[in-house]
Design a protein around this ligand. Structure first.
Ligand SMILES: Nc1ncnc2c1ncn2[C@@H]1O[C@H](COP(=O)(O)OP(=O)(O)OP(=O)(O)O)[C@@H](O)[C@H]1O
Ligand SMILES: [Mg+2]
Length: 289
């Protein structure tokens, strides 16, 4: 059915990534990646270190552009030229919010309060609305005590919370979270999982890049896996992908070494990495170290 031109973007996917490749000067980062993100999806992007997750999120945020292939955001091709158009750029920045992997790169204001106010002010919202959003966001993120502190003096986890708050205050339709739980304490991690589910419930589209399989299990309805060759290794319903041991092994998201924590009474098997000796019984009855 033909659509009126003014409605032509209405049913467009949030992002359509078509055969995108990207290399930094010395490193390939994405190779022939195609995927589509529909409005309201809760997608987790899994991949080992260096597989290209952050590069893909930066591209979805219009910070870098494909060497080959194309990206459409809400029906419009995302190019340097398109984002050079003030109207489109403003609309795009209002609709898409990105929480960087490295919070330090995101924070620049003299105080937490000003950091959170920056986005809403930039959107041209009335001052009372800006003030309301700042207070609400400080409260939601439990940052009231830190409101007058300088972001650059905060702890790593506190910085991450402020970076999250600064994006929440914009209230975008689409959230791009890059390793949002890294460096957060367990309580704050759970809080963040809950927040992601609440945002989703409110109709937001959420794309989270992580290696945290637990975060994927808790928050994804669909999982996309990037392989170490920077190609798409798999995509599907979260339960299906997270059950696919072969895929997770090939993509270096798990280590092939299921064992039992018998001496702790934890009757479960799980794959894990071996950074240090464990000194506990393994499933086959062997003892390590
Ligand atoms: N600014 C950069 N300059 C040069 N190479 C880069 C740059 N950023 C990333 N790369 C390279 O591009 C590849 C993909 O990196 P990217 O940061 O997208 O991976 P990632 O999946 O986010 O990894 P991680 O899990 O470690 O965050 C890697 O080989 C990396 O070394
Ligand atoms: Mg990354």
């Amino acid at each position: 059915m033909a659509e009126a031109p003014s409605d032509s973007n209405a049913g467009a996917p949030v992002f359509a990534v078509d055969a995108v490749s990207y290399s930094y000067r010395e490193a390939e980062a994405l190779a022939g990646v195609s995927l589509t993100i529909e409005s309201g999806e809760r997608v987790v992007l899994l991949g080992a270190n260096g597989s290209g997750k952050s590069t893909l999120l930066k591209m979805l945020d219009g910070l870098i552009f494909p060497d080959t292939g194309r990206i459409h955001a809400m029906g419009r091709e995302l190019t340097k030229d398109a984002l050079g158009d003030d109207g489109f750029s403003r609309e795009f920045r209002r609709r898409v919010g990105f929480v960087f992997q490295n919070s330090e790169a995101q924070l620049f204001s003299p105080s937490v309060r000003e950091e959170i106010a920056f986005g809403p002010l930039h959107l041209g919202l009335p001052l009372e609305e800006v003030e309301r959003r700042v207070e609400d966001t400080l409260h939601i993120m439990g940052l009231e005590q830190l409101a007058e502190r300088a972001p650059y003096n905060l702890s790593g986890g506190e910085k991450k919370k402020v970076a999250l708050a600064s994006v929440l205050a914009i209230s975008p339709d689409v959230f791009l979270f890059d390793e949002p739980t890294a460096g957060l304490d367990p309580k704050t991690q759970s809080f963040l999982e809950r927040l992601i589910l609440d945002l989703s419930e409110a109709g937001k589209t959420i794309i989270t890049a992580t290696q945290d399989l637990r975060l994927a299990a808790e928050t994804a309805d669909r999982v996309i896996v990037l392989g170490e060759d920077h190609r798409l290794a798999g995509t599907g319903p979260a339960a299906e992908i997270l059950d696919d041991r072969g895929l997770l092994l090939r993509s270096n998201l798990i280590h092939d070494h299921a064992h039992r924590h018998e001496e702790r009474g934890l009757e479960h098997e799980h794959p894990h990495s071996h950074l240090a000796d464990h000194g506990h019984e393994h499933g086959e009855g062997s003892r390590e170290n």
